[in-house]
Design a protein around this ligand. Sequence first.
Ligand SMILES: Nc1ncnc2c1ncn2[C@@H]1O[C@H](COP(=O)(O)OP(=O)(O)OP(=O)(O)O)[C@@H](O)[C@H]1O
Ligand SMILES: [Mg+2]
Length: 356
Amino acid sequence: MLFDPRPKEKREDMFDRDREFEELLRGMEEYPITILIGIRRVGKSSILKVALREYDGIGVYLDARRLYAAGGGTMSQSILVEELTRILAGKGRMGFLAGVKLERISLGGISIKPREATIIDVFELLNGIGERSGKVLLAFDEAQYLRFYGSRGGKDLLAGIAYAYDSLPNLGFVFTGSEVGLLHDFMGIDDYSSPLFGRVYDEVEVKPFTRELSEEFLWRGFKEVGLSVSRGDIQRAVDELDGIPGWLVEFGFNYWKKRNFQKALETTMAKARTMIKEELLELEKRSPRYPLILKAVAMGLSRWGVIRDYVEAKGGPITNARLASLLKNLEKMGWIRKENGEYRIIDPVVERILRG
Ligand SMILES: Nc1ncnc2c1ncn2[C@@H]1O[C@H](COP(=O)(O)OP(=O)(O)OP(=O)(O)O)[C@@H](O)[C@H]1O
Ligand SMILES: [Mg+2]
């Protein structure tokens, strides 16, 4: 169902995105590393999950944000190995990998104990499987959280991935991220000191729907649940919510349940407010100035000087260098974009909520 608010797993539940699927599947087959980027709630997890199901070999989905949370804010080798074993053992029950047990993995003549295994052992084992079944893919959703792997900003994992890149042709990786710049920084393809420096990868970008597609999406979703909604209501909803599938789904779902335009929109905005508040709290932990800057930009203070005035009035003096670095980070995290010297909030729903 198009209006199911969870990430989708099946192609028939997805609206559009044929180009993205094709590009992603091609990247998975042809490149050792593929990156899937896009702002929050645009549909990355859904596209990744569906593509992994359609991928012609074994594809393993790993949620780095969840691993990070499960580890209480860190991620160790043993947590990752354990999670991989658990997933592979699950696939075993589905008939894929019968040799995988939580206490021992025995596949193709190789046998390892997950409890004693390094991530490289697991990569090598998966590569061995890949030799027979076609490239095995490890897909890390919200991969910027992998920087919390180990004690060196994720470098130990990157070193393992670089080793796989160079020496294990039957193992591939997919990374998604909504904090695009942070993901690039983490991977460090352009950074001499990164283990992955200079490696070639494919990048697929997921963008919000166009105006036209957003309207068609709502129209199709309503049709699917047997509701007839006026063109005017659909247009008004898109005026408010723009083309981000996550908000459109939320609205469609609420309208379907409440049968009332205004209530559905209010519920959607209330939900958005809760989610965005949580994200702002996370940001505030990194620097209390982030929410101030975002608020300024949301209110239309789009240029450097006025943003600085606002932030100083509310939060005290700030140096140019510090403000520059905070603005750059907000760009990297996908909150704002800079065009012709002016800053804007990327997601109009976020903008409206920040304005209060
Ligand atoms: N093409 C689509 N057709 C139908 N529903 C979609 C589509 N794309 C996304 N959705 C829905 O939008 C919501 C957000 O999608 P998803 O979780 O895949 O996005 P995301 O980019 O991974 O978000 P986040 O940044 O929060 O992880 C989900 O409810 C999902 O079902
Ligand atoms: Mg996601």
